[in-house]
Ligand binder design. Structure first.
Ligand code: NAP
Length: 283
């Protein structure tokens, strides 16, 4: 039995779907089973209610489980919440935990999402549980969510390139690492097939929607100020600034993990933009 946490989220739900299609027995851990109607309809998928903040609920959810995917929301408490899961996985004697992390994860960073992922990766390493780290680049779907309907994109990335990746390709890699032997001890940087500047990404969206879309590179100070103007909590604004600092240096790597491990051709940004033209247009 494979337990998937974060199963109601963007990546977790796709991973549950692809595990079901592969015929694997899946248990989806959700905080509220009313949010899991779409998942419970999938073949071979059972739903269990549980919360990473309630360790007792994890012991019950892990009964009979051998392998698990560890994923929760990007937030400061993720280190503590995922730490609870690692402890429960150790108590339950899991054979393999796959940690959903991020490109550039490093506990020595000053702060932010990738520091937290680095700290969790260390906890997992120290737990002694056989494990695999998945380190995806920015999701193509994230661009769709943030930029859908926009015609100008302001980011502090200059001419840096990003190898954005489709969640469906990340899920393909996750499914293989959860269902095959031989992935323990690996950290997989999961990327799209090409690294693109933000000008190139904007041009591709523009072609897909038939209207001009432009990228404007801004300073990190201006980026921080624009986040402050959006009334984001301070921790989130700081985490986003840290994230883009790391992406500016680490975000251009292109790996063959989707092809080699996921055993599929990675989706490129032209295909993605064409498929989602209406949403990029703001319809
Ligand atoms: N966005 C990107 O481009 C990107 C790139 C690389 C890596 N990442 C990493 O991807 C992860 C987020 O993935 P995502 O965007 O697919 O997730 P998401 O859509 O934000 O969903 C988060 C999931 O975590 C669950 N969750 C939150 N707190 C929980 C708790 N206390 N107990 C149990 N479940 C809990 C949520 O359940 P509920 O439905 O109950 O809230 C939901 O299913 C983050 O770690 C982020 O750093 C993101």
């Amino acid at each position: 039995m494979i337990l998937v946490t974060g199963a109601t989220g963007k990546s977790g739900s796709e991973i549950v779907k692809q595990l079901s299609e592969a015929g694997a027995p899946v248990r989806a851990l959700v905080r509220n089973s009313q949010k899991a109607a779409g998942l419970s309809a999938l073949a071979g998928v059972e739903i269990v209610e549980g919360d990473l903040d309630k360790p007792d609920s994890l012991d019950a959810a892990l009964r009979g489980v051998e392998r698990a995917l560890l994923l929760s929301a990007a937030e400061p408490r993720s280190v503590e919440l995922q730490g609870n899961f690692i402890e429960a996985a150790r108590r339950a004697g899991l054979k393999h935990v796959v940690k959903f992390s991020g490109i550039g994860a490093d506990e020595n960073l000053p702060g932010g999402f990738l520091k937290w992922h680095g700290q969790i990766e260390r906890q997992l390493r120290e737990s002694g549980i056989p494990h695999t780290n998945l380190r995806p680049n920015v999701f193509m779907q994230e661009l769709l969510n943030s930029w859908g309907g926009q015609r100008t994109i302001y980011l502090p990335l200059g001419d840096a390139k990003l190898s954005v990746v489709d969640i469906r390709d990340i899920a393909a890699v996750a499914v293989k690492t959860l269902t095959e032997d031989g992935h323990a001890g690996q950290s997989y940087v999961i990327t799209g097939p090409e690294a693109l500047t933000l000008d190139e990404i904007a041009a591709k969206i523009s072609t897909a929607i038939g209207e001009p879309v432009n990228y404007v590179s801004i300073s990190f100070d201006d980026f921080r100020q624009s986040l402050a103007g959006m009334q984001l909590p301070e921790w989130l604004a700081s985490a986003l600034v840290e994230l883009y600092r790391t992406l500016a240096t680490d975000g251009a790597q292109v790996t063959d993990v989707v092809a080699k491990v996921g055993k599929k051709q990675p989706i490129n940004f032209d295909e993605f933009a064409r498929e989602h033209g209406a949403k990029f247009k703001g319809e």
